[in-house]
Design a binder for this molecule. Sequence first.
Ligand SMILES: Cc1cc2nc3c(=O)[nH]c(=O)nc-3n(C[C@H](O)[C@H](O)[C@H](O)COP(=O)(O)OP(=O)(O)OC[C@H]3O[C@@H](n4cnc5c(N)ncnc54)[C@H](O)[C@@H]3O)c2cc1C
Length: 419
Amino acid sequence: MFGRKTATQALVVGAGPVGLFAALQLARHGVDVAIIDSQWRTAARSYALALHPSTLRQFDDVGLAEPLLAQGRRVDRVDYCDREGIQATLDFGRLSGKFSFVLVMPQHLLETALENRLAELGVDVMWSHRLVGLEPDVDGVKATIQRLAKESTGYSVSSTEWVVEKTLASQTGFVVGADGHASAVRRLAGIGFEETGASQRFAVFECTSESEAKNRIQIVLEELSSGVYWPLPGNRFRWSFELTGEESVPERAKRRLAVQVGEASYPYLTAENFAQLLAERAPWCDAEAGEIQWSVAVRFEHRLATEFGRGRISLLGDAAHLAGPIGVKSMNVGLEEATELAERVAGVVKSAESTAAIGAFERERTSRWRQIASGGTRPAPGEPPADWILQRADRLPACVPASGRDLEELLEQMNLELR
Ligand SMILES: Cc1cc2nc3c(=O)[nH]c(=O)nc-3n(C[C@H](O)[C@H](O)[C@H](O)COP(=O)(O)OP(=O)(O)OC[C@H]3O[C@@H](n4cnc5c(N)ncnc54)[C@H](O)[C@@H]3O)c2cc1C
């Protein structure tokens, strides 16, 4: 695209779920948009894997909910447990509207569906294009982009390296930075990324199951650790266990035993690691594990950008914030931000509205995420919550796969309200 046309109304950097959805929403509003990604294709594994009810409502508005429902697993019960077993249950079925459940589906299926829908609107992702420079000017931003190509090297052992084939200059009205936790857009805009809490390390195991996975999400909340069981479509499930440092699990990836995700390497874990963690944390779990399809130890940081953007440059999703994996907040809230930002950018581009709306988006979103990240709870008026819930009251909002009004309604089932 940049070969023929070097100016666009908006440039989305990053074709993860949030960037793809931002580009889709911009295209639906009639904004001339380009989307680039430094990788050569979409994610190949599951990563974030649950869509909140509010995300499904947004996907329904763009005609994507039905095709996704056909590929995912609807789960309307979330159990909260400890080593002894189930202590409380949330019934998503009591939420109003037709999406009263969480849809569990691998991230790559979501990304493929978004990419295909975007292509139907005439926008193709420009894979192997890496943003390396941003220069804001009066009515836009000049972006410098490297087009990458594979080059084979070596004699006796051949290998493939990525080299810069061409450096391109592109003029755009707005830059949407959806380029993940190590965001180049954030760095180039000079925006900080502050810690909002201690990082957590999780051991993640995705397994086939001898029998159909049980249709409940099960979240283990012990005093010093947490864990989550996700039933996946087909006879598969995922267990993620928070590590406390006491376990015999590798801290760093040894080259031979590493799982590569994008440019990052993660330590590979064994069936013995899984059996040991399961026996210690969830001995009641009767999931009959078959083959472990993939397993990694991954660190989840808790961070928030010091600003959601500057002028005509905005940040969304993991580029703007990071949270723990249980509530799947960073991706789902990022998808909500994508819808909101696209409306505001379209207002400026199509209806000559003031760019003040973009500045307001940035301020509103910062305070919204602060509430999401630090949101503790207190007992709601009426019947007091059970002791088990009260002891975990401040950890619960981050561990409910929902946001906004749905989260409030679900917490009411535990006789809690957000502080
Ligand atoms: C192993 C693993 C397990 C995970 N498990 C969970 C989980 O259980 N629950 C959960 O909530 N979350 C989980 N996550 C996190 C989850 O994947 C992210 O929250 C989600 O992907 C964020 O989406 P995003 O679109 O904001 O960013 P990303 O999906 O990170 O996409 C960013 C994109 O930007 C591209 N990019 C980066 N730099 C540039 C550049 N300079 N130029 C162009 N493109 C660029 C990248 O190639 C990438 O495709 C996991 C992540 C990993 C790696």
